[in-house]
Design a protein around this ligand. Structure first.
Ligand code: PGA
Length: 252
């Protein structure tokens, strides 16, 4: 028997599902799914639902919960921010870092993303760090340049020995929430570029790289058919327990 390919299915709930809805979702989802060898299920609920989600998934080692955003400082006067010690106290083991909505709507820079990734690793939290180009950047032929700069800003902050704990998501901004996913070939090409950049910089080459941007039940298998993809990061199609359970079951 061959070992199944390790895959990560990450659900980014953005500003949906308060504690009650998160509990209801996970109760239903746990009923519908069983752990599968090599398959990890990650949830990024809004901050107010972190504790509820962590409590609801107790007993399922295949499920982990993470914060959608963290500050790089462990404490201090940063009104409205969440520190890594605060999110780990309620059970978060992951942190989404540098999502394009943070970068483009809230002005997060490559430098800040690098600091957050380094801080997460120091706190024992696995960072899922997002990179990806805008439509204007793609149309101007700048995809490679933009993604390489985003990856390099992380490489500069993270020692080579820590890279086995980093996960990257390639999320082209033009594909997020638009219903227009990258083709499997487009995604695989950028995944290949990211892996090449990591190897060029002497970094661990087995860093999992997920694809995100309008992934749904209809296109997930085509995307995951490309061996360059180690999983998916999903927003809209992860909000319904039945639909998400179906999607994570499609890959076998
Ligand atoms: P989407 O969002 O699946 O709704 O396109 C993906 C994301 O923002 O991570």
């Amino acid at each position: 028997m061959t070992t199944p390919r390790p895959l990560i299915y990450a659900a980014n709930w953005k500003m949906h599902h308060g504690p009650g809805a998160a509990r209801g979702f996970l109760t239903r989802f746990l009923d519908l799914t069983r752990p599968v060898e090599g398959r990890s299920l990650w949830f990024f609920p809004p901050a107010v639902s972190l504790a509820a989600a962590c409590e609801a998934m107790v007993g399922r080692n295949d499920i982990s919960v993470g914060a959608q955003n963290v500050h790089w400082e462990p404490k201090g006067a940063f009104t409205g921010e969440l520190s890594l010690p605060l999110v780990t106290e309620v059970g978060a083991r992951l942190a989404l870092v540098g999502h394009s909505e943070r970068r483009h709507l809230f002005g997060e820079t490559n430098e800040q993303v690098g600091r957050k990734v380094a801080a997460a690793l120091k706190a024992g939290v696995t960072p899922l760090v997002c990179v990806g180009e805008t439509l204007a950047e793609r149309e101007a032929g700048r995809t490679e340049n933009v993604v390489v700069r985003q990856v390099d800003a992380i490489v500069e902050r993270v020692p080579a020995a820590e890279w086995h704990r980093v996960v990257i998501a390639y999320e082209p901004v033009w594909a997020i929430g638009t219903g227009k996913n990258a083709t499997p070939d487009d995604a695989a090409q950028v995944h290949h570029l990211i892996r090449f950049e990591l190897s060029r910089r002497g970094v661990e080459q087995r860093v999992p790289i997920l694809y995100g941007g309008s992934v749904n039940q209809g296109n997930v298998l085509g995307l995951l058919a490309r061996e360059e993809l180690d999983g998916v990061l999903v927003g809209g199609a992860s909000l319904d327990a039945d639909g998400w359970a179906e999607l994570v079951g499609l890959g076998g």
